[in-house]
Design a protein around this ligand. Structure first.
Ligand code: PMP
Length: 355
């Protein structure tokens, strides 16, 4: 660290992503990606667009926004795109929170929120999840800052209902409520219909999970036209060309081919039900997830041990060390064959496992 680095940034916590290993002998169940490749029409759109990479991209993402508008049943004015949903989240933090407007969030949640808050010098108010790992909506009445949470939450996979979120929106008319719907396509109830009623609602989505496009970096926000105009103002100041040509073309094609992706989501949800049951039979406690991952606690052996042993067999899962997550593993739902390998490996570990 040099002496030039600003004092505030010295305490920036390092975000620890899931280990990045790829290859035929590695099963990646640690970063909540889709195990399914993009559809043929998306690959064709990317190839066609690549011949025009000498030209700047459309900063307004016109075609993508049109396609999203049709897919989501909202107006183009309700939409803004970003370079991954992480960028949309950052823009929202920049736009709607600050030293005098804290971020209010669950104590166990997507850890990147913390990082953005430190970076932008925004105070954080953490609200503990209940004993059963659920968010208690009543804890967010008059929160006194911008509220941020994923629905379903990560890494627990537990979701609030639309009615519960409407209650939070009603109780906080003076602040933005950001609902991060990164995993909503795997069974939770979307709050998009509420954007007509609540001018303080911002819904954030990503193509990285259900859309099989984690590597292209594409996300979007939905909200009232005024809220979206505020976000676009910040986006245009920070990163006007942030959504590159390939991402725009791929995203538009994916929207137009969504039945392929919806089908993949159904496969993941079926697989999730099977794995939840199979691990349950092996003594694991598995929360009822509505994401493309499960949060599971092994019984006789520690989570750290299971993670290590799985990793030796080329199966990568996520373990968040310390506190209430110490005993738990977050396991992404992969293909049916990958999940069978995971269950078989876990069976070996719990039957023969000695720490
Ligand atoms: N929100 C949540 C809750 C996530 O888990 C993730 C992915 N790690 C993101 C946002 C970021 O997604 P993207 O790839 O679109 O930046």
């Amino acid at each position: 660290m040099t002496s030039y680095l600003r004092e505030n940034h010295r305490s920036l916590p390092a975000y620890v992503p899931g280990t990045h290993e790829e290859g035929n002998d590695v099963i990646r169940l640690n970063t909540n990606e889709s195990p399914f490749p993009p559809s043929a029409s998306v690959l064709e759109a990317i190839a066609a667009e690549s011949t025009r990479l000498n030209f700047y991209n459309d900063p307004d993402c016109t075609d993508l926004i049109q396609a999203l508008s049709r897919k989501e049943g909202v107006e183009p004015e309700n939409l803004v795109a970003g370079n991954g949903s992480d960028q949309v989240l950052q823009l929202a933090f920049l736009a709607f929170a600050g030293p005098d407007c804290p971020i209010v969030l669950p104590d166990i949640t997507y850890s990147y929120y913390d990082l953005f808050a430190v970076l932008y010098e925004i105070p954080l108010r953490r609200i503990p999840l209940r004993e059963d790992f659920r968010i208690c909506p009543a804890d967010y009445s008059r929160a006194g800052g911008m509220i941020v949470f994923p629905n379903p939450n990560a890494p627990t996979g537990l979701a609030l209902t639309r009615a519960e979120i409407a209650g939070i929106l009603e109780a906080n008319p003076d602040h933005v409520v950001l609902v991060d719907e990164a995993y909503v396509d795997f069974g939770a109830e979307t709050v998009v219909p509420l954007i007509r009623t609540f001018p303080n609602l911002l819904v954030v989505r990503t193509f990285s999970k259900s859309g099989s496009l984690a590597g292209i970096r594409l996300g979007y926000g939905m909200g009232s036209p005024e809220l979206i105009a505020d976000l676009a103002r910040i986006r245009n100041a920070v990163d006007l060309y942030g959504v590159n040509r390939l991402a725009q073309a791929a995203g538009a094609a994916a929207c137009r081919d969504w039945s392929y992706y919806a089908q993949n989501c159904r496969r993941i949800m079926d697989s999730r039900a099977h794995v939840t049951e199979a691990l349950g039979r092996l003594g694991f406690t598995v929360l009822p997830s509505q994401g493309n991952f499960i949060f599971a606690r092994p019984a006789a052996v520690s989570a750290a041990f299971v993670k290590e042993k799985l990793s030796e067999r080329g199966i990568l899962v996520r373990h968040f060390r310390g506190g209430r997550t110490e005993d738990w593993l977050r396991i992404t739902i992969g293909t049916e064959a990958e999940m069978q390998q995971l269950v078989d490996a876990c069976r070996d570990l719990v039957t023969s496992g000695k720490e």
